[in-house]
Design a protein around this ligand. Structure first.
Ligand code: SF4
Length: 290
């Protein structure tokens, strides 16, 4: 039995930067001040739990908007790697807390592009998951946004040939879906300006899992239940290798999965810490004496 890791997997630089930002505030917590994480700083339950153990508190968008939690200028609020909504940023600025925006540069870049394109009188066609905080955050900065989850939904939209549009997407969109959308628009609607905003880390991980799924008997995708990029890795791998399993931590392993298996492929979402990956690998190695 052999364990093969994907060529690119685990923490991306956006997630790493957000976590590093949190650790800058450990001393402040030790001195008795409040340091809040807005939402899940990264989409991994283990990482959030570890930060809570240190003393970080969590706060939601609703807590801030409805002032359920009263913030003072001594407090720090760290905004998650995938950003938040404009009304929340505004409220935080108004409350005079120390605001640490740990939103990843790729997310900030899409926000910037959206504002730029709206200034050029373009309507925005946005492809992404409306329920995801990254998407809710980005689209809150615009005024003329049409949001769709995929090409099928987009095809039902009546694109006005007399108007100009710009296409933007969630950072973690499946790259194959992006290709289909691009082909459709280029062949049917030349008045849509296309901007591929899938982040580099996502693309690399999606490409690596394709390669891994082809050579493995089973593929383990490790990541948080709410992690969008983890779900995309699962989707991509499942299309190539039916024996793909999604798991969050070592307790989710079922050893009967590995009966008759020679090659175990392992990959992990961009917010999955190396520690979790190691624990899973070690449990398999220990059980099968690999
Ligand atoms: S997955 Fe991409 S967009 Fe999201 S935090 Fe990582 S680098 Fe940034």
């Amino acid at each position: 039995m052999e364990i093969i890791r994907a060529k690119k997997m685990g923490f991306c630089f956006g997630v790493k930067a957000a976590i590093d930002t949190c650790y800058k505030y450990v001393k402040r917590i030790e001195s008795g001040f409040n340091v809040y994480l807005l939402g899940m700083i990264v989409h991994n339950e283990y990482v959030v739990e570890e930060l809570k153990k240190i003393g970080f508190k969590t706060i939601t968008e609703e807590d801030i908007i409805s002032q359920r939690v009263i913030l003072t200028k001594e407090d720090v609020v760290i905004v998650r790697a995938h950003g938040t909504r404009k009304d929340v940023y505004d409220k935080l600025i108004e409350s005079k807390v120390k605001l640490e925006d740990a939103a990843c540069i790729f997310v900030k870049d899409i926000r910037k592009k959206l504002l730029e394109r709206e200034n050029e009188n373009n309507d925005i066609i946005f492809i992404g998951d409306k329920a995801h905080p990254e998407v809710q955050g980005i689209i809150s900065f615009g005024n003329n946004i049409h949001i769709f989850k995929d090409l099928e939904e987009l095809k039902k939209f009546d694109i006005n040939e007399k108007k100009q549009y710009s296409l933007l997407t969630q950072t973690t969109l499946n790259k194959e879906k992006m290709k289909e959308i691009k082909n459709h628009l280029e062949n049917n609607h030349l008045n849509v300006n296309i901007f591929n905003k899938i982040c580099g880390a996502t693309q690399e991980r999606q490409h690596a899992v394709e390669e891994l799924a082809k050579i493995s008997d089973i593929v383990l995708i490790i990541g948080g239940k709410k992690s969008s990029n983890t779900k995309k890795l699962y989707e991509i791998s499942s299309l190539i290798n039916k024996n793909t399993k999604l798991l969050n931590r070592e307790d989710d392993l079922i050893m009967s999965w590995f009966e008759g298996v020679k090659k175990i492929g392992i990959t992990a979402g961009a917010s999955t810490p190396e520690e979790i990956i190691k624990k899973i690998e070690n449990k398999i190695r220990g059980h099968f004496n690999v």
